[in-house]
Design a protein around this ligand. Structure first.
Ligand code: NDP
Length: 328
C-alpha cells in the first residue's frame, strides 16, 4: 500500500480530492516503478486536482504532472534500482496516474536520470516550470540571443516559469526586465536578478500601434493574450519571443507587422511531448546555469494535504515561485 492524493468524481460530475491508501496493483502499466519523493504544482495540476479541466479521462485519478524520485524496480536495462530520476509531462498526471503519490509506474522512455548536481528536491523546485524555462532560454540562444544584444523581458515574472527564467538569464549575464501584476514581489524579483520591473497594467493593453520602440532583445512569455501581442511590437530587430504560457489568455490579438518589418520570431515552446535528447540537454544545462541558492529562495514547501488549496491558488495566479511537495 502507498499514500496518494486521489481525485474522485461523483454521479453529479463533481470532483473531490482526498489522501488515500492505495494498493500497488492499482498502478498503471509501465516498465519502471519509482519511489516518488517530491512533486510540484503546475497550472495543469490545479485543473486536475479540481474539475479536471478536460484533461483527465478516467476517475479515480492521481494528479501530478511531474515528479522526482528513486527507481524501485525496472524491466528496462536503462534503469536500475537506486537511480535518481525525474519525469516531466508525457501527459502523466492527466491521462495517467501521476506524481501526487508515494509510488508511480511509467514508461522508461519518459524518465531522465538526474545530473549528480541536482537533488530530487531541487529537481521539483525546478519542476516542469523551470525545465520549460530552460528550454525557452536554449530556444532563444539558438535564434541568436546573446547578453550584448540588450535586455530580455520575462512576463509573469513572479510565477514559476518566470522566476526560474529570470534566475537563469541573470546568471548567464543578461539584463532582465520582469513584468508583474504583484508590486509586492519587487524585492523577491530583484533577488532573482530582475533589474527593471514593468507593471503588468503598462503592457497588458490591446495593441494600438503594431510597432513600438525597439526595447527588448528577447522575451520569455508565460502570459500570452494581449500582453504577448504588445510585446511582439516592442522586440528589437531580429529578436525572438519564446511563447510558453497562457496565464493571461489563449488568444493572440496581434498583427503580423513585427514579423514582416522587424524579422521578429515567435518560438513555440512545448515541454510535454519534448524528445528525450532535448530534455537531457535542458537538465544538464539547469545543473550548470541555474544558481541553486536562488532556486532555494523560490521554494514554498508543501505536503499532499496542501494540494487542494494550492491547486486553487495556482488557478487564480496566486502562487509565488515554486511549490515543492514532499509526497512521503
Ligand atoms: P504560475 O501561476 O506560477 O505563473 C503565472 C504568472 O503569470 C503569475 O504568477 C502572474 O505573474 C502572471 N499572471 C497570472 N494571471 C495573469 C493575467 N491574467 N494576466 C497577466 N499575467 C498573469 O504558472 P507557471 O509559471 O507554472 O506557468 C505559467 C504558464 O506557462 C501557464 O499558462 C502554464 O500553463 C504554462 N506552461 C507551459 C508549459 C509548456 O510546455 N509550454 C510548461 C509549463 C507551464 P505576476 O504575478 O508576476 O504578474
Amino acid at each position: 500500500m502507498f499514500k496518494a492524493l486521489v481525485v474522485q468524481k461523483n454521479e453529479a460530475g463533481e470532483t473531490s480530492a482526498a489522501i488515500e491508501e492505495v494498493s500497488e496493483d492499482r498502478l498503471p502499466e509501465g516498465d519502471v516503478t519509482v519511489a516518488v519523493e517530491y512533486s510540484t504544482v503546475n497550472y495543469k495540476d490545479g485543473l486536475c486536482v479540481g474539475s479536471g479541466g478536460g484533461l483527465v479521462r478516467n476517475y479515480p485519478h492521481v494528479p501530478g504532472v511531474d515528479f522526482a524520485g528513486v527507481v524501485e524496480s525496472s524491466d528496462d536495462p536503462r534503469f536500475t534500482p537506486g537511480d535518481r530520476v525525474v519525469l516531466n509531462g508525457w501527459r502523466v498526471g492527466e491521462i495517467r496516474w501521476g506524481g501526487y503519490a508515494e509510488k508511480a509506474r511509467v514508461k522508461a522512455d519518459w524518465l531522465v536520470k538526474l545530473p549528480e548536481a541536482i537533488t530530487t528536491r531541487q529537481a521539483m523546485a525546478v519542476g516542469t516550470a523551470g525545465y520549460t524555462s530552460m528550454l525557452s532560454v536554449i530556444a532563444l540562444e539558438n535564434h541568436g540571443l546573446t547578453p550584448d544584444k540588450g535586455p530580455v523581458l520575462v512576463t509573469g515574472a513572479a510565477g514559476g516559469v518566470g522566476s526560474v527564467a529570470t534566475a537563469i538569464l541573470a546568471n548567464l549575464g543578461y539584463e532582465v526586465a520582469g513584468v508583474t501584476g504583484r508590486p509586492e514581489t519587487a524585492d523577491y524579483l530583484k533577488s532573482l536578478g530582475v533589474s527593471q520591473i514593468v507593471p503588468r497594467d503598462e503592457i497588458n493593453e490591446t495593441v494600438k500601434r503594431p510597432l513600438e520602440a525597439e526595447t527588448w532583445a528577447g522575451c520569455i512569455d508565460a502570459v500570452g493574450g494581449p500582453m504577448l501581442a504588445r510585446v511582439l511590437g516592442q522586440i528589437k530587430y531580429g529578436g525572438s519571443v519564446a511563447a510558453v504560457g497562457l496565464a493571461g489568455g489563449a488568444n493572440l490579438p496581434a498583427t503580423v507587422i513585427p514579423f514582416l518589418l522587424r524579422g521578429v520570431n515567435l518560438l513555440g515552446i512545448d515541454s510535454v511531448m519534448r524528445p528525450i535528447e532535448d530534455r537531457i540537454e535542458a537538465w544538464n544545462r539547469l545543473a550548470t546555469d541555474l544558481p541553486m541558492d536562488k532556486l532555494e529562495a523560490m521554494i514554498q514547501p508543501a505536503t499532499l494535504a496542501d494540494l487542494p488549496r494550492l491547486g486553487a491558488d495556482i488557478l487564480k495566479g496566486q502562487v509565488q515561485g515554486r511549490v515543492v511537495v514532499d509526497v512521503r
